[in-house]
Design a protein around this ligand. Structure first.
Ligand code: GLN
Length: 201
């Protein structure tokens, strides 16, 4: 691929902070579009699952008949990045997944166990600078009723921790952060993801 052909990255737009990710992706050099239906998922090289509410997004994924198409794309190796609720959905196992019948559903993009609202039980939201493997200097991390990662599989790389808790991970072409880089002006995490997609495209 040439520099003049930008990668096409979708943002799942059923619920959550879609707009911030679209803006961040464009600033990171990608062509960005919303994904609400299977045909829109088919048209992108990669997908961001935004922050929001993972239980509601799970419900809407079923309603919009996107759950199985998305699982299939991930199983086929589509690059993906999930922030906060998106991290929860990308897991293989979710703890405290929500009320019965309304649980957040794991899509299985990263071999990890994530605890939903983990920090939320201690403090609803907080921010701070954390070291992030692969970035030149710390990232400012905003946590909002954020999950943390309690277990990672052998192929998962830990990219960042807040205290002892794992808050950013990567497995192959799939990234996840418990925090929201799209809410800061810092585009380095989105650039990192766009580079992952470009190298694969
Ligand atoms: N607590 C939310 C959930 O369970 C995540 C919060 C967020 O995305 N900022 O999905």
């Amino acid at each position: 691929m040439t520099q003049s052909t930008p990668v096409r990255v979708g943002v799942l737009a059923l619920q959550g902070d879609t707009r911030e990710h679209l803006a961040a992706l464009r600033e990171a050099g990608a062509e960005a579009s919303t994904v609400r239906r299977a045909s829109e998922l088919d048209a992108v090289d990669a997908l961001i699952i935004p922050g929001g509410e993972s239980t509601t997004m799970s419900h809407l994924l079923r309603e919009f008949e996107l759950l199985e198409p998305l699982r299939t794309r991930l199983a086929d190796g589509m690059p993906a990045y999930g922030s906060c609720a998106g991290m929860i959905l990308l897991a293989t196992e979710i703890l405290d997944a929500g009320a019965e019948g309304r649980e957040a559903v794991p899509l299985g993009g990263i071999d990890m166990t994530v605890r939903r609202n983990a920090f939320g039980r201690q403090v609803d939201s907080f921010e701070g600078d954390i070291d992030f493997d692969g970035l030149d200097g710390p990232a400012h991390a905003v946590f909002i009723r954020a999950p943390w990662v309690e277990r990672v599989g052998p192929d998962v790389q830990v990219l960042a921790r807040a205290g002892e808790h794992i808050v950013a991970v990567r497995q192959g072409q799939v990234l996840a952060t418990a925090f929201h880089p799209e809410m800061t002006g810092d585009r380095r995490v989105h650039k990192l993801f766009v580079d992952v997609v470009a190298r694969r495209a």
